[in-house]
Ligand binder design. Sequence first.
Ligand code: SF4
Length: 377
Amino acid sequence: MNLGLYLHIPYCLHKCGYCDFNSHPENQVESFHYVEALLKELKFYSTTLKTYNVPTVFMGGGTPTILPPSQLKKILDTVRQGFNLTSDCEITIEANPATIKLETLQEIHAAGYNRISIGVQSFDEKELQLLERVHNEEEIHSTVHRARSANFENLSMDLMFALPDQSIEKWQSHLKQATAKNPDHLSTYNLTIEPATAFFKLQEKGKLCLPHEDIQLEMYETTIQVLEDAGYSQYEISNFSKPGMESQHNINYWNNGEYLGVGAGASSYLNGERSKNINLPSIYIRKIETKASAVDTRERLEPLQAMGETLMLGLRLLKGVSIDVFENRFQVSFQKVYGKAVESLLNQELITFNQNRIALSRKGLFLADSVILKFMA
Ligand code: SF4
């Protein structure tokens, strides 16, 4: 049995205006105790999850590279001691261009992290300032260069589109600048304004205006076109890669596979049960120190819910969902449960249903959220 392992580092130099992740201002004293708590939580789970193979580890945030490399190494050493990592385990670390020197990257790579995901977002100084990113354009170039010099052979970039006042031409130029850096993988997300963010308040006051939906759709089409022309294959709604360089960690999520999340606010899916740790790092630390567990919520999924989630996640992948695998997993007839929904979506040409697979059609890809909802009743 396979298990994806996610490690959450919740600290950032500054909270970006659009951010609704579980991230908090840098706090060196607290982060020292946080790492100790993380190690303790890892050891707690390692005793019960020894039978699993771990083909992927993902350290996200927040900004993991805000921690000293010695602590990042200590965390990975503890993971290796406690879990059964596969020999070709994909070990990703997220990085913010403002936080990384060459020596740091060399130490991180030597510690065993073999994939780096760089939060670029934009190549335009004004856009970076608007997003309240702490890095500038120059630091993107130097970070990519340093990461390659430090022997990271698997490099991903995150980019964001549909920013206020962003034109299609501007977005296209970002995509071209990104592909000129020859990353192995690209994630492209449109800016969405979430409640409880600084951007949400600005939008409420009418001070933030996103491009019209039609423009956003055109930007998405441009993304697919530019990246495919540059040799990247789209394998998920927002993700593109060179052949064989897909994010294995995220593919496990989209396959609704099992995963363990460790750290403040981290989620897990194990034995049909979803659980989530408490968000606030200070409370997470206290809970781990006193009880070794910081689980805040637990939910056992009903079969229909689990099936709906499997489709909701799997349809994000361009190759879709195998009906055989689905039926074996849930011991039901796919046709019996979803026949009506499939028929209606096929009539609207929003899905394809070939060779025993169900997938979004090209048209369905642009309307993915509403198509996927049809399976969540
Ligand atoms: S760097 Fe990422 S996690 Fe940190 S505040 Fe900005 S968007 Fe959020």
